[in-house]
Design a protein around this ligand. Structure first.
Ligand code: ATP
Ligand code: MG
Length: 473
């Protein structure tokens, strides 16, 4: 047996209870069912997880009936697309009725029409390695487009002409880049040519679908490959134009490195540092912040008379650009705020010099980062791509020292919960005022004092508040 066959056999053994039982149930009802797409491909690659996709002749209402009494839970949010989902033990199962899609090339969403054969269903899938199936219950292998050969060569090819496939659904171009990164495959030359020729067609796809593929790409083990494809085919110019814009020509003095190359290296280094994050990796927010941290550079670049280049305020400008892009891609408000805040803060550490920060500056760093602090640590450490080993070592040691200082200060002061020493009620009581702007101003003043000086006793805080108030009068 070949290595691929051995891996597939081992994976099928592991999922035998699920596929055998489902196969028997559907066969008894006179319906066809087959394991299809991702899980067949992943079984052969030795990377099968717990998601199992099936395709069937049964209509959704029949599938639902056949799952009742077998599945632990059933859901039907995909019913309009022919999909019924269920959970069986540790397995997540999705069963979709055969499709033969009719496309209106100008529409954003393919119209779903049911098909009547497995062959027809496989023919409308995106790539040959995703167009393989295993019939159940007899486990015969269906591979009409030579997916197994492409899988052995680790290459993405479309079942039909790539131009037709991408014209039916331009999102498949993004999926090619995503699978290149996720599976470590190359893209066949004719597929890459079609992506290049048709890149502009991606603009008819909804931002949400583009975003979901982008997230999967960025969270894959080798995002450089997929991002490189997006840029070289021209897709990135439509979905993430800030990325190709980083490939600034060098200035005549060759004083700054290619920001695009630097960015990809920072992304890879930040992936290597993800084990430092509380939730581990892959962490989209951290990765996307690495990707976007310098997007303010092209717009802020200035050449000085002495031949040097500056990028003043590229952190602030970059944060704004990031926010706009993430809003356009319909990211959640939380993700958008988190990533743009990291971009805005990514240079802050460089004021730390040789550990000259005051306690006040350290408190502000912690407070401004808030719960993004672990990711800011990762981003700042990753944002060092100098070839000068001594310089890199020095930066790392300086950052180690900053983290140690934060730890020591936190132990004394519970830094993560910095609040003024008096709360709103105490302020109103001491000043004898009701709710209003004055309370807010007093609160802000006490917070500044708290950041500058550390914790105060109640008596000291009260005295400070009264002094502030009489100054204003
Ligand atoms: P993963 O679940 O790991 O992301 P997958 O291959 O299962 O990978 P899905 O997006 O879940 O990818 O899609 C399931 C299957 O449906 C694919 O393997 C492919 O056969 C088919 N498919 C999904 N999206 C498309 C599309 N836009 N065009 C054609 N076929 C598609
Ligand atoms: Mg899947």
């Amino acid at each position: 047996m070949s290595e691929v066959q051995e891996r597939a056999a081992a994976a099928l053994q592991r999922i035998a209870p699920v596929i055998d039982e489902l196969g028997a149930r559907f066969a008894a009802a006179g319906e066809q069912i087959a394991l299809v797409g991702g899980p067949v491909r992943d079984a052969m690659l030795g990377r099968l997880q717990n998601d199992l996709d099936f395709t069937t002749s049964a209509r959704p209402e029949v599938t639902e009936r056949l799952l009742k009494g077998w599945a632990d839970a059933i859901w039907d949010i995909g019913r309009d697309f022919g999909t019924i989902g269920c959970r069986k033990g540790d397995w997540q199962v999705e069963i979709t009725t055969y499709r033969s899609e009719k496309y209106d090339p100008s529409s954003r969403k393919p119209e779903v029409a049911y098909g009547d054969s497995l062959a027809g269903d496989l023919g409308r899938r995106d790539f040959t390695v995703n167009a393989m199936a295993i019939n159940l219950p007899d486990r015969t292998f269906e591979d009409p487009y030579g997916g197994i050969v492409d899988l052995a060569h680790r290459v993405l090819r479309t079942p039909g002409r790539p131009e037709d496939s991408f014209s039916d659904d331009p999102l498949r171009m993004m999926r090619a880049a995503r699978f290149a990164s996720q599976l470590g495959f190359t893209v066949a030359p004719e597929v890459q040519d079609a992506m290049t020729a048709m890149a502009e067609r991606i603009t008819i796809i909804s931002a949400e679908r583009v975003r979901d593929e982008l997230v999967k790409l960025v969270c894959s083990p080798r995002p450089r490959a997929g991002l490189g494809l997006l840029v070289s085919t021209g897709l990135a110019a439509h979905v993430l134009p800030e990325l190709p814009a980083l490939a600034l020509e060098r200035d005549e003095h060759h004083r700054h490195k290619d920001v695009y190359e630097h960015t990809l290296t920072v992304l890879e280094q930040s992936i290597d540092l993800e084990e430092r994050l509380p939730g581990g990796g892959p962490d989209f927010v951290s990765r996307f912040a690495a990707l976007m941290h310098d997007v303010g550079k092209p717009r802020t670049r200035r050449f000085l008379d002495d031949g040097t280049v500056t990028f003043h305020h590229h952190d602030v400008v970059g944060a704004k650009i990031t926010r706009k892009r993430m809003q356009a891609l319909r990211f959640s408000a939380d993700d958008t705020t988190a990533v743009s805040k990291l971009v805005e803060l990514h240079l802050r550490f460089h004021g730390y010099g040789d550990g000259q920060w005051t306690d006040s500056a350290v408190r502000r760093y912690v407070r401004d980062a808030g719960d993004l602090l672990p990711r800011l640590h990762v981003l700042t450490r990753a944002d060092c791509t100098t070839r000068n080993q001594r310089k890199a070592d020095r930066l790392r040691r300086t950052y180690d020292e900053l983290e140690e200082r934060i730890a020591r200060l936190s132990e004394r002061e519970e830094l993560d919960a910095i609040r003024p020493d008096l709360d709103g009620n105490q302020i109103m009581e001491i000043l004898g005022i009701g709710p209003g702007r004055e309370v807010g101003a007093a609160y802000a003043h006490l917070l500044e004092l708290r950041l500058d000086n550390g914790p105060m006793s109640f008596e000291d805080a009260k005295a400070a508040l009264l002094a502030w108030s009489s100054d204003r009068a």
